[in-house]
Design a protein around this ligand. Sequence first.
Ligand code: HEM
Length: 397
Amino acid sequence: MTELIPEHVPAHLVFDFDVYTAPELRHDPYRTMVGLLQGRVPPIFYTPRNGGHWVVTGAVEALDMLRDVERFSSDPQYNSNARKPWTLPNQSDPPDHTEYRRMINPAFTPRAVAGMEGELSGMAARLIDELRPRGGCEFVADIGKKLPVNVFLRMAGAPESDREMLVELTERVVRHPERSVREAAGYEIGAYVLKAFEQRRHALAEGLLNMVLRGRIQGRALNEVELLGMGLLLFLGGLDTVSSTLAFVMLFLGRNPGHYRRLVEEPRTIEAAVEELIRTHSVASMQRGVRHDTEFRGIRFRRNDRLFFMTQLYGLDERQVEDPLRVDFDRPISPHLGFGAGPHRCIGSHLARTEVRIFLGEWTRRIPAFDIAVAGDIETCGGNVWSPLALPLRWSI
Ligand code: HEM
């Protein structure tokens, strides 16, 4: 492995860790990772795994780096492993990135999301009502993957009858073990999104897709590759992330009946609980590339060095949060970077929080107590989005 360590990386910053498959990520990853990091590895280290890259685990360091787009770029040309067959607008730097973002921003403002709350409640309520008489469910498949797809359909103005097909395609994109199958499903979703754009091209309708169609980048309309990228980003960006967050939240609440009871008895706590649970269960990582040779906090970086930000850990940084693993709905501030930082900070963060809050509101109203239906550990996966792989729940009927 040592041959994979570039000469500018000093030995004391090398730590052999696979961000996708490390055993520490397979069960209770937050607790295990905090234990691993305490004093054993520096907040920025270099791993020879996956072609060799830096890993940023410290919140303080990450915040400075994510804001510094001049040195740490989202453009895949500086980060070759991030290359995809389509162009995703989040893989660009300002000023292009600013134009992409401005295009879709109106759909994600607090006001726009507030306007969706009634429909979101209805969607969550219908899913829970279907399941309640069964006395149990596999949460990830039965709710986690379905709710965000419903939300996308609503935002895109697409019919609910497309749901089953999209849920199935999404399942393949997210979970299929073969890369070629995952990519083929990605193209199918892409084709669906492009068709949806085409159908709206001549309609004067409102809605997310029409915002994109009306949008301009450097004074011109988006070409097909850009439309595809934007459509996929909007569809996939809020899917696995919301699904995984919901699953970790339910895993925690299923194991901690005292915390759950409080949400049932004091529904006004739910809003603060969502923030605290996202702090302790952030799910998405981020990647950047180094634009030119530079030094940051005494570490030398070379152009095209890859950086992997373990955003999942930033809310658990002891330098920022006292007793970080303790879930406390009464914490005055619950600092985390679960939605990223800098110009790419998640545009869907308000929607995501609202989805989790509304879901918990509907669930607590209908299911006064539940627990995890299997003994022992729940298997989780690491990588770009941490997630429980399956989560069997049960309740009394
Ligand atoms: C709990 C759920 C979510 C989490 C944890 C999450 C996390 C993130 C993170 C960490 C980033 C920054 C990526 C980077 O800097 O490279 C991001 C960006 C983004 N997210 Fe989310 N997200 C969530 C939900 C959503 C939802 C619901 C949507 C929309 C439907 C969405 C759409 C986006 C988009 C479009 C970007 C790119 C923003 C940009 O590049 O300017 N996300 N998200």
